[in-house]
Design a protein around this ligand. Structure first.
Ligand code: PMV
Length: 329
């Protein structure tokens, strides 16, 4: 009895930052993201004959396999425990997982990992979950953004006006071929988790102002996606990213995710725009910068950013089609 599924990471255009209920990964307002294609987690879930707990293994891409680090294995076990509250899963499972992107590249793998584990577990039982059920199974592990990784294209979660509702697809991946160039300036694991960032967010004096600004920004981002309007979307992406980090930096105690390389990339993106290229930056809770641009400009933007001395690596990705069942490895 075993099943394999893969699910993509996503990049938030309007961020989930600060929770109504952190334990249940319940947000205070909708967030909107673009689902990626190449940055994926691929996860196999297999029933073990014995009944004494779960095993978690990491694959390294060249076929090598090693036991997962203690903290990661504990997070997977916690997610499996919550899945067992919802699905009749066997008492002992082996989970083997890998990411298609470099493990320490600073791309949030909690969304892709949570969605891939949920889909593989459901498939193990022969269940073919719809997006609402899969989103609930994906985020019960603790990562709210995993709820957005269950659909392709451009995704809003929760659906507007449905607090704690399911994700909805605003537009499919064929609607607008945006690219996401993930500019890595620091590949070490971040010092403060997103979970802790969510917890501290309301302690920032700027958090209440953000709550007032978000509804209008959601409307404008929805419209820019519908109209494929990058000149309209771009400034909103940067406002969102700066506001998330403003709140992090002014939380009590403060959280500084940015590194000198982060500022160098933000300045380079502004120079690219001054030179006539439509490239816009956003960041999640980390130092690395996601640069959003049109497919036609991606090669020129990537070349410029990869040449910066502060940049370790640029991962080129684009809008993708969502999770899928994989052939057995
Ligand atoms: O899903 P979590 O709990 O890891 O939080 C995600 C937080 C951000 O990546 C910073 C924003 C987002 O909406 O993805």
């Amino acid at each position: 009895m075993r099943a394999t599924a893969s699910a993509p990471a996503n990049i938030a255009f309007v961020k989930y930052w600060g929770a109504a209920d952190l334990e249940r990964a319940e947000p205070l307002h909708p967030s909107i993201s673009m689902t990626l294609e190449s940055c994926r987690s691929i996860t196999t879930v297999e029933a073990l004959p014995r009944g004494d707990g779960d095993d978690v293994w990491l694959l390294d891409g060249e076929g090598g396999v090693a036991p997962a680090a203690v903290a990661f294995a504990a997070a997977v076990s916690r997610h499996l425990a919550r899945l067992r509250d919802r699905l009749p899963l066997p008492p002992a499972l082996r989970v083997t997982t890998r990411n298609t992107f470099p493990a320490a590249a600073g791309i949030a793998s909690s969304a892709s990992g949570g969605a891939a584990l949920a889909l593989a577990a459901a498939r193990l039982l022969g269940i073919d979950p719809g997006p609402a059920q899969l989103a609930e199974l994906a985020r019960c592990g603790g990562s709210g953004s995993a709820a957005r990784s269950v659909l392709g294209g451009y995704v809003e979660w929760p659906a507007d006006g449905v607090p704690d509702g399911p994700p909805v697809q605003l537009a499919g991946d064929g609607h607008w071929q945006l690219r996401d160039l993930v500019v890595v300036v620091d590949a070490t694991p971040k010092g403060v988790s997103s979970r802790e960032g969510h917890r501290r967010a309301p302690t920032s004096p700027h958090f209440s102002t953000r709550r007032q600004l978000v509804p209008a920004r959601l409307d404008r981002v929805r419209r820019a996606i519908a109209e494929r309007d990058l000149a309209g979307l771009g400034p909103l992406l940067e406002e969102e990213a700066i506001e998330l980090h403003l709140i992090a930096m002014s939380a009590r105690p403060p959280i500084f995710y940015w590194r000198p390389g982060t500022l160098a990339v933000l300045a380079a993106v502004r120079r690219l725009r001054d030179g006539g290229l439509a490239a816009w930056a956003t960041l999640d809770a980390g130092p690395n910068v996601h640069v959003i641009c049109a497919a036609a400009d991606a090669t020129a933007v990537q070349r410029t950013l990869a040449a910066l001395p502060e940049v370790l690596q640029v991962l080129a990705d684009g809008v993708g089609s969502g999770p899928r069942i994989e052939e057995e490895p």
